[in-house]
Design a protein around this ligand. Sequence first.
Ligand code: IPE
Ligand code: IPE
Ligand code: MG
Length: 256
Amino acid sequence: MSFIGKGLNSFFKGKKHTVSNDADRSLPSHIDIIMDGNGRWAKNHNRPRTYGHSQGSAKFREITRYCDSIGLKYLTVYAFSTENWRRPQSEVAAIMKIFKEYMEEALSDFTNENIVIRFIGDRSPLAPELVDLMNRCEQATKDKTGLVCNIAVNYGGRQEIVFAAQRIAQKCLDGLISPSDITEDMISSHTYTAGQNDPDLIIRPSGEKRISNFLIWQSAYAEYYFDDILWPDYTVEALEEAISEFNKRNRRFGGI
Ligand code: IPE
Ligand code: IPE
Ligand code: MG
């Protein structure tokens, strides 16, 4: 693949699983990408928005493979938010069809890849056929040893915190814990990303400078990086630039 073996890729090779805040911080442990700008990209190319989503899906596959090739530990991508249901039904249906096609294609391709696929978000309103494919993708990749890729589908940061609160409240009602036992770690362990490092670097291309309800609990000390590239035009070089910039940041975590 043309995007392997260039730039930071060769630099990162063999530097697997760098942990956040280690002395060696050349590669963040957990990168998050808000894959935004598909609609504007399509408009710029005089194509329907759904074509932009297809191009965005192809870009996701390219970037995911690249992240695995450089030894990144966790990648979380925002694919569909709890607020995206507000879009026209035809656009939502087209996006769901693209998810389905991605998963069907991925299921036949997994033997060639070492990526663990996980889905985060509320699956309950999704079509049973889609949920079945999600479960099959997770099952087929759970023993892979490369990149862990969380795909956020019907994900909302506030919804995630509500779900965590409900589950913890139930444990209180069941007498398993008391309210004073509730800690930050306990809340983290009830999020979709339980057991994973918190995001180090959150990238939002497309020119928007907001978080749009993405990982609001986990991002307390994440570094943000914004650029203007519409997601279907995103490049490995743009990702490398974001990582280089991340490495220049001085993360103090409240210290000095
Ligand atoms: C991101 O691209 C994909 C989803 C939110 C599903 P958009 O569809 O938001 O693209 P813009 O922001 O309208 O250009
Ligand atoms: C955020 O993008 C969600 C995804 C990229 C999946 P949106 O395009 O939905 O966000 P807003 O509406 O610009 O905040
Ligand atoms: Mg958008």
